[in-house]
Ligand binder design. Sequence first.
Ligand code: IVH
Length: 680
Amino acid sequence: MIKISTQKQIQQLSETINYHSHRYYVLDDPEIPDSEYDKLFRQLEALEAEALEAQHPEWVSPDSPTQRVGGEVLKSFQAVTHQIPMLSLSNAFSTEEIEDFSRRIDDLLDHDVFKIAAEPKLDGLAISLRYEHGILIQAATRGDGQSGEDVTQNVRTIHAVPLKLSGSDYPRILEVRGEIFMPKKGFAALNRSQINKAEKTFANPRNAAAGSLRQLDSKITASRPLDMFCYSLGFIDGEDPHKPLKNTHYEIFQQLAEWGLPVCPEVKLLDDWHACIEYYDSILLHRSELPYEIDGVVYKVDNIQQQKKAGFISRAPRWAIAHKFPAEEALTTLLNIDVQVGRTGALTPVARLAPVFVGGVTVTNATLHNQDEIDRKNVRIGDTVIVRRAGDVIPEVVTSVLSKRPDNTRAYKMPDHCPICGSLAERNNDEAKSRCTGGLYCSAQRKEAIKHFASRKAMDIDGLGDKLVEQFVDAEIIHDIADLFLLSKAQISSMERMGEKSADNLIKAIEISKQTSLAKFIYALGIREVGESTALALANAYKELAAIKRADIEDLQEVSDVGPIVAHNVKTFFSQPHNIEVLDKLLASGINWPAIHTREAKQQPLAGKTIVLTGSLSQMNRNDAKARLIELGAKVSASVSKNTSILIAGEKAGSKLKKANDLGIQVMNENEMLNLFQST
Ligand code: IVH
């Protein structure tokens, strides 16, 4: 009696755990907290231990969720011949090439109507999974397309890959192909832990995924955060006669999802090439928000009959093409290293590079972050290095390429004095960067403080560019931010490339900038760690500058967004006599802002609501929208979760909108937001 019930319990519990695991790893939408999942898992382990003790190892099924932990260490991987070769894709790098492709397809399909399935091109490595009677029995790498390596033990450790398919209407043999990849967050965590263990870091998520999958010890693979999306079928045998496989690629995707296989949520069915280019632009725009790396998008003729009609060329289908994004990484030579002094005195080593085209622009400078990073990446002047420029992020040197290192490279050591003012550079124990101790004596720090003060999100002084600020400081016309308001027309027009007209314009812009808001003014002061949203929180909490000046550290920490470090920085800033002197000078120049009225709780219609803004707004500046939402009592957050109350989605909203829809969160468009603002 007891034995039967244990076996049954094991089965039921496995199913429950598989269900929750699928929700967590594949749908990204867990139903139960992690602690509850862990509890179920431990119960199953205990029951299985009982089964083994009772001499019933057969009750512990190989597809039990406990069997993902990795197995024996292999000596080598076995070769696997693919029953159907694994193909590659032709590439296109421009809209013109996509137009050529579309003309070829039109000809191949005798000008019939067709739809196109568009999906991201995942940057990982291809894999073929073989399910027999719904059970995963083999996973093989692509290899040369004809034969690859058997990495079944390793793939079994990837939670997104079902060990057993859901439902019962799958073919007797089902081969599914897709991409194994490492999500960005997992990659960053893995590299952090590699650094802590003094082990080699990975240059990018693709290398990390490949390195993790090709481990002879599957326990190592099990410890790596790998994920997978499926994108096509391989060999199929014994289809369910009542439910034959689908006729279109898009339907196959839906079918794969029904069987519990992971598919990319960004897949779209499109009507024409124009829509494809829009899809490309929109995915490119939202690339940095996706949780995984992609290197382009793939367009596939959707109808399987039409795919057959178009056929193949050597190793790639004629009915599909990869539309690649500009490469985000490139090789170049590190010519020299200079040191840049930031607004707060932080010294940053900057790599001067032989010009290289990367991420869509020509890059000649890239950050090296700090001395520890230079050492860790083993970078020497003269090295060939990998440069990365992802989206709008500052380009960085990822690593040096040792196999290309010439004989005459030079090691680099950060200076122990500021290269600009000669003051001592100090490094606190808990900081990665050393800092110039010159404060506002250092002209570099002064220049940066003034540039920050004048910048768009701060005082927004139109026409006061970086070069002009540098000239003013070098000519000793401006010593601090308040001097900006004392500039005369003659002083301005004596600067390089400044005439009467531009001097007049600048004077006007400086005058206009005096009408600001308390939040912008606080932000403009450049207090360490006080960014836009902290400045806004301080302004809303205290309403007046004098109140912020008076506040003590405990008080400051009551403000949302303000922790002990920020509170300390604010307090320190307002206790320094030279800062107070500059503040007085600024206020004397006529800077002012509208009074902030305290809103009664009942006037805060968004109190208790968490709001996320995504996409681009066309009628209102994003920061102003954010400020208004906060004023109405909302908490503005950067990412969508089940705690989000409303998502405000502007144009070209991407993954956040999708997630909000999936989670059933209220979505507003820009007009609805503006109506809300008007009605309050
Ligand atoms: S389809 C029959 N779809 O790109 C076509 N491939 O350059 C077979 N890849 O080896 C591939 N994302 O590793 C396809 N959405 C996607 C993809 C994708 C990434 C990789 C795959 C393939 C390589 C071809």
